[in-house]
Design a protein around this ligand. Structure first.
Ligand code: G4P
Length: 288
């Protein structure tokens, strides 16, 4: 699903989240572990303000484990609790409620001191489209609740989903827009499949991915595509295109006359990348 965001949509999406924030104790900010900054809403700190927040790095099954560990440390340094998860397999999702409880420890202790029995912790999942909100809600609920591909601005009756005896989750996630005014962010979102190609040229997305992977995942690239040469450290455009052509030739993506079909090569490469067939690859590292 791709959503065209206009200022009106953004205002409405923000207002809807602010309404939901009044009902909950803790927010769960869902990011893509492969691109935690690019998959983040630019106004998130302002929108969530002082609500306790747990950052979840989803799709960690597709991300580089070393980069993910560095991101967890990065968020923790900023005072945010962070946990890598995989919403499809459910890996680590049993840690979500305990982490939320830890965030609310002081509040719960104060209630107990006053003789109040704490009620179930109420949580809201927020994130950009395609980051895995619906998959996670369905996983936590143990059944199909959220329609994948929820549209921003579409209101329906909200319900609480019980997670064990201790927590409740709003069944409709908060949907936010990414930072798409930055072209590099656009490439990262497109390379990982968060936005569909129509917005950007497929060859440009593949060019970006090949350039980044040649620098950080050279051995994987050489092995997977039986390449002898990779672009040098200065990674000039011709060198990157030469690698794309070599990949195309290896995969038989040829036009009549023997020229490489770069469009077909790009489609194939991105399909393999997004399916995790090139290995666990992250496109952002802290401090890069
Ligand atoms: P959203 O509600 O935030 O918009 O996201 P949604 O749950 O619909 O998930 C988007 C896609 O990401 C889905 O793939 C889903 O299976 C996949 N996904 C979600 N979490 C994970 C994860 O932890 N690991 C992996 N590998 N994939 C995950 P899809 O239905 O195939 O959609 P699409 O790829 O055709 O867009």
């Amino acid at each position: 699903m791709s959503i065209q965001w206009f200022p009106g949509h953004m205002t409405k999406a923000r207002r809807q989240i602010e309404e939901k924030l009044k009902l909950i104790d803790v927010t769960i900010e869902l990011l893509d572990a492969r691109i935690p900054l690019s998959s983040r809403n630019p106004m998130i700190d302002d929108i969530l303000r002082h609500k306790p927040r747990l950052v979840l790095l989803n799709k960690s099954d597709l991300a580089d484990p070393g980069a993910t560990a560095a991101w967890v440390a990065f968020f923790r340094e900023q005072g945010l609790a962070a946990l890598p998860i995989d919403a499809v397999s459910g890996h680590q999702i049993n840690q979500i409620v305990p982490q939320c409880r830890t965030l609310l420890e002081d509040k719960i202790a104060a209630q107990v001191r006053k003789g109040i029995t704490p009620r179930a912790i109420r949580a809201l999942i927020v994130g950009i489209p395609n980051v895995g909100k619906s998959t996670l809600i369905n996983r936590l609920a143990g059944r199909k609740i959220a329609a994948t591909g929820d549209k921003p601005g579409v209101t329906k009756a909200q319900q609480w989903i019980k997670i064990g005896g201790e927590a409740e989750l709003l069944d409709t996630p908060g949907i936010l827009w990414p930072k798409f005014e930055d072209q590099m962010v656009g490439y990262r979102l497109a390379a990982t499949g968060a936005i569909k190609e129509e917005i950007l040229q497929i060859e440009e997305i593949a060019f970006y991915a090949v350039k980044y992977m040649s620098l950080h995942y050279g051995a994987t690239m050489k092995e997977r595509f039986a390449l002898e040469e990779l672009p040098g450290p200065d990674r000039g455009a011709e060198e990157v295109v030469a690698v794309m052509e070599a990949i195309g030739r290896k995969r038989g993506c040829l036009l009549s006359g023997g020229r490489v079909d770069l469009g077909k090569t790009s489609t194939l490469l991105l399909r393999e990348l997004r399916a995790g067939k090139l290995g666990r690859i992250s496109f952002e590292r802290p401090g890069e």
